[in-house]
Structures are given as C-alpha cells and as structure tokens.
Unconditional design. Structure first.
Ligand code: PMV
Length: 372
C-alpha cells in the first residue's frame, strides 16, 4: 500500500511542547466544470478513468476555520453557528478521516464559517469548492500547529490528495485553469490519488474561455452524486462508458492542445449527454433535466448554424453551462439575453470564465465576505 503524502505531518513532533490555543485560516476556492465527467468510483475514492475540468473564476466558496485547543481529543465541528447545517454530516465524516491522517488536528475543535459566491439555492453544486476550501484551511492549520513550512505548490498538491476524500471533483479545484484527475499514460505525473494542472499543454486561447451558467432551476439537487457514483457498480453500460470516456479524454486533450473549439465543444456536449443517459438508464432512472434545459440546448445548437461557436455542458442537474470563446463575448451576451434568459428561472445566470484557482484570505471577518 502507498504511503499517504499527509504522513509528512507526522515528522514534526515539536508541537507537543507548545501547541497554540487558537489558529485561524481562511481560503477561497473555486468550483469547476468537468469537460470529461468523473462518474463511478473504486474504493478509497479512486476514479474509474481520468476526468478533466476547467476551474471557474466567479463561482467559489469562502471558508474560515477557527481551530481552538480541545483537550478532550474529540474533534468538534460547528458550521455557520448551525448545529444542523446540511453540510455537517459530510464534513464530519471527512474530518474523522483527516484527523487520523494528521493527528495534531485531533487536539482542536473547529468553528467553520462558509459561504458561496453564487446565490443560495441556484442548484449549483458547492461540494467541489466547499471541500477544497475546507481542506486548504485544515492543512494550513496543521502546518501552523506543527510549524511545518509547506511551500504553496506542495500545499495545493496535498489539498488535492486530501479533498478527494470529501468529494472527488474537489481535488480538481485546487489549481487554476485546466486540471486532470486520474492516471493516464497520456500525461506524465498523472495520478488516481490527486489532480494535476495541465495548463502547460493547453492552447493559450482557452485560458480565457467563458462559461455562462444558465440557472434553469434553483431547486436543490434531487440526486446525490454519491448515490449516482454507486449506480456505476451495477450499471449495464458501465464498461461501454469507461471505454467511451477514455476515448473522449484522448480527443479532448488533443483539442485542448491545438485550441480547436469545435472539437472541444462537441466532446463536452457528448460527455454531458452521456452523463445524463447514464443517469436515466441506471436502476431507478433519474431524470434531472427540465424541459427548459432541452430548449436551451436546442437553441445553442441552432445558433451554431449562424456561425457562433458556442457549446453546452451539464453537471448532474438541469442547469446548462454555455462554453464560448472570450472573443465572442458581445455577440453571445446578446444571444443569452434575448434567447436564453427567458428560459432561466428568474432570468438568473452567472457570467463565469476559466479561473485562477484558490487563494488564501488572511484575517477575514464575517463582514469581509461578499457575494459577487
Ligand atoms: O465530486 P462528486 O462526488 O460530487 O462528483 C461529481 C460528478 C460530476 O459533477 C457529475 C462530474 C464531475 O466530474 O465533476
């Protein structure tokens, strides 16, 4: 069995002499949108095949964790002063895992303040941004507690490794631009254990790619992704899906290298439709698209006949992500306003783009949090 990269926190035991009473850490971490979708997993949160995503800029979570000495040796956790916060069970499970990896964390209890930049109940999944932000806070706290100096790049790599245990897609949120999670012989350094940045092979034009997130329904997700991943264990099309995803991945990578928007966009659409086909054909048959999702998809495809290179992708929900080059922002803005917003709930959309990745927020107070 491989040694956990987090075991380096065990090296320094000097903290036993003088553990701080209180350590505060704050991180802002973005969400990401998968171009090659992660769906289905092996034990220990390992993927069945490589996935690839673009990190977003304006859709992020800001989290502040206050760690207070706790000599009871049981890690307490409170989120947003709410003892029944909906994120509490998942975060507690994750905390139980991480304190066994980094024992110094057992000496604290944690008060978490967290909020998303995207308006509440937009149906936008916050687990990737939420888990990556929380993990970065915990690792920063562990490094302050142990006086272990961890260079930023290495901290991000450890955060990718650890956040994967909370939510698989979170491991791709720790880097800006484009990231890949999953071992593939096409990319040196790729790993099932953590994501890597692939910006060095991406065509520069794609680092400013835009993603208009069209909010079709603000209802919270009806399908938990954990249950969705489970269905792949018995899915009749699982083997075909793995074969298809690997093929899509190879072609997506070559499109991203050359900056071929047509190739990237058509593959992103095929991936989105495959994900939903898997949902619908799994036992229980989940239909999470709304009629408006399909109408938006039709309009996007029809608009291509007019020469606008826009494409869609979807998460495991009804909202549509519209991908398009920065250079077409004005034309697409008009198209969104006139054709697509009437199909969105309360005309809601998020004008997002390829983003820069997490950043540490120091000394934040509640009033520093701001919604974009
Ligand atoms: O990270 P999870 O367990 O919430 O799974 C995310 C799965 C998809 O969002 C549907 C696809 C992806 O790769 O992000």
């Amino acid at each position: 069995m491989n040694r956990s990269p987090l075991s380096e926190f065990l090296k320094d035991t000097s903290y036993h002499d003088g553990l701080p009473q209180r350590i505060i850490s704050g991180w802002q971490s973005p969400s990401n949108i998968a171009f090659i979708k992660y769906w289905g997993k092996r034990p220990e949160q390992l993927p069945l095949y490589p996935s690839l995503s673009m990190t977003l800029e304006r859709s992020f979570t800001q989290t502040r964790v206050v760690a207070t000495r706790n000599d009871k040796r049981s890690p307490g956790l409170l989120i947003n002063d709410n003892p029944v916060h909906p994120f509490l069970p998942k975060l507690s499970r994750f905390l139980t895992w991480i304190v066994t990896e980094i024992p110094v964390l057992q000496r604290f209890r944690f008060t978490v303040t967290t909020r998303n930049s995207f308006p509440h109940s937009t149906g936008i999944a916050s687990s990737a941004s939420g888990f990556s932000a929380f993990t970065l806070c915990l690792l920063s706290i562990a490094s302050k507690a142990t006086s272990l100096v961890i260079p930023n790049e290495h901290l991000l790599s450890l955060a990718s490794y650890a956040s994967r245990m909370g939510s698989g897609s979170a491991c791709r949120s720790v880097y800006g631009g484009y990231t890949v999670w999953g071992k593939t012989k096409l990319l040196r350094g790729s790993s099932d254990q953590e994501a890597i940045s692939v910006n060095d092979i991406i065509h520069p034009s794609l680092l400013s790619l835009r993603d208009a997130i069209l909010v079709i329904s603000r209802k919270p997700k009806t399908l938990s992704s954990s249950l969705g991943h489970e269905t792949m264990k018995i899915h009749p099309f699982a083997a075909g899906r793995i074969f298809q995803a690997k093929d899509h991945f190879k072609n997506m990578l070559s499109g991203l290298k050359t900056g071929d928007m047509q190739q990237i966009g058509l593959l992103a659409e095929a991936e989105a439709l495959s994900l939903h086909a898997l949902l619908m054909s799994a036992p229980g048959g989940a239909v999470v698209l709304e009629p408006e999702s399909l109408m938006v998809i039709r309009k996007i495809r029809a608009s291509r006949a007019l020469g606008i290179p826009l494409f869609f992708t979807l998460d495991a929900g009804p909202n549509v992500h519209l991908l398009y080059p920065e250079t077409d922002r004005d034309a697409v803005g008009t198209f969104i306003e006139t054709e697509l917003l009437p199909l969105c709930e309360y005309s809601l959309w998020i004008d997002d783009s390829c983003g820069h990745g997490p950043r540490e927020i120091s000394g934040i107070t509640d009033s520093d949090f701001s919604l974009v």
